[in-house]
Design a protein around this ligand. Structure first.
Ligand code: NAD
Length: 499
């Protein structure tokens, strides 16, 4: 059995707490490795190393730091296949999807190559007599991030790339479900020229997270994961005086107007609802057709597409649409929610409950499901399912549809499918959700914009990546400097009073 490590001070270090978690191959259900769960002392060691390494890194000029990012991009491209394979093996997503996971992180690293420009600061010449004023953006020091299982390459990079480009040290606590790719990324950063100890990986669970939250040297915490944990980390981190940003769960609605191109809308829902087995915070989990006739047409288009979906292991080739969910517990939770939908009166139009794959009977596969006539009081509507389950809520009007999305506690992403520019524009303006797609089902902003939801999908003020990341990972210092005139003439021993 492979025993994974932490990555501390540029070395793979065995866990010393004696606690481990199983890392599964979700396609076969087998335990393929065990990952150490760090103790408070092991976290303290990582913080100590980071605090020693950070000042020299902060003093390295931003252009040199950017060159490390540049080299890292080259290494990610070189090792793309290897990273994707390791990612699929632990997460279960298909290889093309795993490459997308790496690619979307890589794009944020590319953005961070522009750090010298983004860190330039501000300057006012002659703000008063002989007075100049300038603002510097200085790194925070030791920063940390806690990431979820569903994007084990992209989300760590969204955090550590800007943190490092700004001159911070960064401690990553990845998900214990798929920790191999984060370890590989830390190695690659060092190969790219990052000094030892500036980026470290501490594997662990709540104990490691709490150790980071309570360590006085750790200046900031980034978190992505489920809403209850986001809320806990935000509250605890803020109470301990840290800068904190937490991104939580989602229930993304896609409104389908009667004038939409129904084939396009159905294709979009298939990708956005079932891709990555629905384990995406930007997955569409609720379709909201406006009017019964639209709903009937949409369902009619969806059913044959869903029935054609190919579910299988990542090793089965590129025509697999989605793989298993991450753990047996995740599968059980999804099946429990599906049962609650049936019990609470939703119509299960496509029932994937008896799905089974020959040779992979112990894998965590869940067949695709489609519910119709879901109502807002049902658990399948209120809760994030995080599985291949699409719920249809029929709305009587556009106003009813937009109200539904606005009243949901989550506000990560949403979309509208329509040919009417006026409806689309009104939707984009009024909706209280952070990321909006117009005829685009998964509107994930590119690296140079920022990523973040509203409502219970976020805790904190600044979004991920884009210019916000450079605000989150720096502190502003403003210097007012006065050089009284006359000094250049020299030889004057009695200092003049200032004007
Ligand atoms: P999770 O909340 O279970 O775990 C996230 C991280 O928190 C992991 O590193 C885990 O070890 C740690 N953790 C778990 N329990 C903890 C506890 N009690 N105390 C302290 N730390 C704890 O989330 P997950 O299952 O890994 O990821 C799926 C969730 O992440 C979904 O809710 C999804 O919507 C959300 N997500 C959100 C975004 C976003 O940008 N909003 C992006 C990706 C995923």
């Amino acid at each position: 059995m492979q025993e994974l490590t932490h990555y501390l001070g540029g070395e793979h270090v065995k866990g010393s707490s004696g606690r481990f978690a199983d890392v599964y191959n979700p396609a076969t259900g087998e335990v393929q490795a065990k990952v150490p769960l760090a103790s408070t002392d092991e976290v303290a060691k990582a913080v100590e190393i980071a605090a020693k390494a950070q000042p020299a890194w902060a003093a390295t000029n931003p252009q040199r730091r950017a060159r490390v990012m540049m080299a890292f991009v080259g290494l990610l491209n070189r090792d793309m296949d290897k990273l994707a394979e390791a990612l699929s093996r632990e997460h279960g997503k298909t290889l093309p999807d795993a490459k997308g996971d790496v690619q979307r992180g890589l794009e944020v690293v590319e953005y961070c190559i522009g750090a010298p420009e983004l860190l330039k600061g501000e300057y006012t010449d002659s703000a008063g007599p002989g007075i100049d004023m300038y603002s510097m953006k200085q790194p925070l020091g030791v920063t940390a991030g806690i990431t979820p299982f569903n994007f084990p390459a992209m989300i760590p990079m969204w955090m550590f790339a800007p943190a490092l480009a700004c001159g911070n040290a960064f401690i990553l606590k990845p998900s214990e479900r798929d920790p191999s790719v984060p370890l590989m990324l830390a190695e690659l950063m060092e190969e790219a020229g990052l000094p030892k100890g500036v980026l470290q990986v501490v594997n662990g669970d709540k104990e490691a997270v709490d150790a980071l939250l309570h360590h006085s040297v750790v200046q900031s915490i980034g978190f992505v994961g489920s809403t209850p944990i986001a809320e806990y980390i935000y509250g605890t981190g803020c109470a301990n005086g840290k800068r904190v940003q937490c991104f939580g769960g989602a229930k993304n609605h896609m409104i389908v107007m009667p004038d939409a191109d129904m084939d396009q809308a159905a294709d979009a829902l298939i990708g956005a609802g079932y891709g990555a087995a629905g384990e995406r915070c930007m997955a569409i989990s609720v379709a909201v057709p406006v009017g019964d006739e639209t709903a009937d047409r949409l369902i009619e288009k969806l059913v044959p597409r869903i029935e054609k979906l190919k579910v299988g292991p990542y090793t089965a080739g590129d025509d697999v649409d989605y793989g298993p969910v991450v753990t047996a517990a995740a599968k059980e939770n999804i099946l429990g929610l599906i049962q609650s939908g049936v019990d609470q009166g939703a119509e299960l139009v496509v029932d994937g409950r008896d799905f089974s794959l020959q040779g992979y009977e112990d894998g965590f596969f869940v067949g695709p499901h489609l519910f119709d006539r879901v109502t807002p009081d049902m658990d399948i509507y209120k809760k994030e399912i995080f599985g291949p389950v699409l719920s249809t809520v029929r709305a009587g009007s556009y106003e009813e549809a937009i109200k539904l999305a606005m009243d949901h506690e989550y506000g990560n992403g949403t979309a509208i499918f329509t040919r009417d520019g006026d409806a689309a524009r009104d939707f984009a303006n009024r909706i209280n959700i952070g990321m909006v797609g117009i005829n685009v089902p998964i509107p994930v902003p590119l690296a140079y914009h920022t990523f973040g939801g509203w409502k219970k999908s976020v805790f904190g003020d600044l979004n991920q990546h884009g210019p916000d990341a450079f605000k989150f990972y720096t502190r502003t210092k403003t210097v007012t400097s006065r050089w009284p005139s006359g000094i250049k003439e020299g030889g004057e021993f009695n200092f003049k009073a200032m004007d």
